[in-house]
Design a protein around this ligand. Structure first.
Ligand SMILES: [Cu+2]
Length: 538
């Protein structure tokens, strides 16, 4: 079981305050909607502006394509700017395209945030988005509200920590986060992204996301200390509307043009890696590198594969494989499925020089009602000189292990589910157990702190949905009623269409008390209602 420090338990907020604050949030929506109604001429001019913006965007896309193509010829994947607490991050609108973006130290590349377990992550997050959005969120101009979610961190769901219900900034407002990273936080790759219900998709698509590394994975996989580390953030490049440009982008990533899986719609996006289309990753023949990959796409699955061999996986969704079982240090995987929000951390070995290897995503079958998710190349692997690596400093202390007794796990697995999540959808929206999330929705259920629970997630639709819950990891031990060979602790899992997954939810951590949200991580579905809250109580 976990060793817990009671000093870390803080920031408890009563459910009553949550609801009051949610109402405050609704007032903000009303205020914004009224503003639209009161200023119809302004709204009209936004429509015109949007048309101008489309022309401008198309021009920018062409210009960008040239840059991207140039990148594909010369470009090694860019390294990301780094940030550590305290961090001043801004949300801003690109004046030309109207797209939302993060700004950090005057740059619009979202930084990689590094945190130490046991430290406080202070982020001042200022909403400087244009008051009137040029972007469309499901038939309305986007509301331009924003906040941050610290995906996967085992931290309090209450303000000023990982709270996406109470903490919401309108343009001009600033949020002050003070996130207490537990000393026993599994070290690994996490990520931050905005979580404003109704516009999460658009903001994430615009690139409002970034990687978080909780330091100390060397405690579980000592060999990675001496390896070159690569942080790779996958995002979408929406395919241009112009047929020739569209074809050009598709060809540049060798995108599959035949139908992939049961989905019949055309592909809508290509993957970028650290903001570039098909960059090169340099590695010396035989060199081992430590790749830490986050799928920050709002809707694409990455079924990652290397031409040159397997991934020696050390961690999934930030969770070292050894964390729950010290006997497992790493696992060799020929391909790794990352649903939107998923992460993998793996050792990759450089292929022989001039072997023309690539990092690819395979075709992923999203189901007859799903979006096209074709195979494509993410990055080329090119030969480099062996680098001179300075080993990273080792963090003091020995690794924390959270091992549950196999007898207890078996008992939970074989019990009837304590809660069943059923995903459904129709033309009006997306539902969990027949309900659509609203900001004033109370919790759908209450669970006790200290419990392990058997949850079943059933997908009654004809497309896949990735299930995610804030603040906790869960063990995926059964898919479509069949036991999984190598059960894994993750925070996001694909639920097959017409199928189900059985999970052991870990609510044992007393830090996590309050309202935890669970939702589909296809963010359009979340925005359209496929989200609910569980209240974790003492
Ligand atoms: Cu979904």
């Amino acid at each position: 079981m976990l060793l817990l420090d009671s000093n870390l338990i803080a920031w408890s907020v009563s459910p009553k305050r949550e609801r009051t604050s949610s109402r405050r949030w609704e007032h903000k929506i009303l205020r914004l909607r009224r503003r639209d109604a009161a200023h119809q001429p302004v709204f009209f001019s936004v429509q015109i502006l949007r048309k101008i913006a489309v022309v401008a965007v198309s021009w920018v896309a062409s210009a960008w394509l040239l840059v991207a193509t140039a990148t594909a010829h010369d470009g090694i994947v860019p390294e990301l700017p780094e940030a550590s607490s305290p961090i001043m991050l801004k949300a801003a609108s690109d004046p030309l395209t109207g797209k939302s973006e993060f700004r950090y130290q005057g740059n619009n590349t979202p930084p990689l945030i590094r945190v130490q377990p046991g430290s406080v992550l202070n982020v001042e997050y200022k909403n400087e988005l244009a008051a009137q959005s040029k972007e469309d969120c499901f038939g309305h101009p986007c509301m331009q509200m924003t906040n941050l979610h610290f995906h996967g961190l085992h931290v309090s769901p209450n303000a000023p920590q990982d709270d996406v219900l109470d903490m919401m900034a309108s343009p001009g407002e600033t949020l002050h986060y003070a996130v207490q990273i537990p000393t026993q936080q599994p070290p690994g790759l996490y990520w931050y992204h905005t979580h404003s219900h109704g516009e999460s998709y658009m903001q994430d698509l615009d690139g409002m996301s970034g990687a978080i590394v909780v330091e100390g994975i060397e405690r579980y996989a000592p060999e990675v200390r001496n390896m070159r580390e690569r942080i790779l953030v996958l995002r979408n490049l929406v395919l241009p509307a112009d047929a020739a440009e569209r074809r050009s982008v598709m060809e540049s990533v060798a995108m599959q043009t035949t139908q992939c899986g049961a989905a019949t719609e055309k592909p809508e996006a290509a993957f970028t890696v650290n903001g570039t289309l098909r960059p090169k990753i340099d590695i010396a023949p035989g060199e081992s590198q430590f790749w830490r990959i986050v799928n920050a796409s709002p809707d694409l699955y990455a079924d990652l594969e290397l031409d040159s061999g397997s991934f020696e996986v050390v961690a999934l969704d930030g969770m070292p494989l050894a964390y729950h079982d010290p006997s497992i240090r790493k696992r060799s995987m020929s391909h790794v499925l990352l649903p939107p929000a998923g992460r993998v951390e793996a050792i990759v070995t450089g292929p022989p020089a001039d072997s023309h290897a690539a990092l690819r995503t395979r075709c992923f079958d999203t189901g007859p009602d799903g979006d096209s998710n074709p195979a494509m190349v993410l990055a080329d692997i090119v030969s480099a000189q062996a680098p001179n690596i300075q080993p990273r400093p080792a963090l003091g202390g020995s690794p924390v292990y959270a091992t549950f007794s196999p007898v207890i796990l078996k008992r939970v697995e074989t019990s009837e589910p304590q809660f069943v999540v059923t995903f459904t959808e129709d033309k009006q929206g997306f539902y969990i157990n027949g309900q659509k999330f609203e900001m004033n929705s109370g919790p759908m259920l209450t669970v006790d702190v200290g419990s392990l629970q058997h949850w079943r997630v059933t997908n009654s639709t004809k497309e896949v949905h990735p299930f995610h819950i804030h603040q906790v990891h869960f063990l995926v031990y059964s898919v479509d009623g069949k036991s999984v060979n190598d059960p894994e602790w993750v925070d996001t899992v694909n639920v097959p269409y017409g199928g189900s997954v059985d999970l052991i939810m870990d609510f044992t951590d007393p830090i996590i008390r309050g309202m935890s949200l669970f939702h589909c991580h296809l963010l359009k579905h979340e925005d359209k209602g496929m989200m609910m809250a569980v209240e974790v109580v003492q």
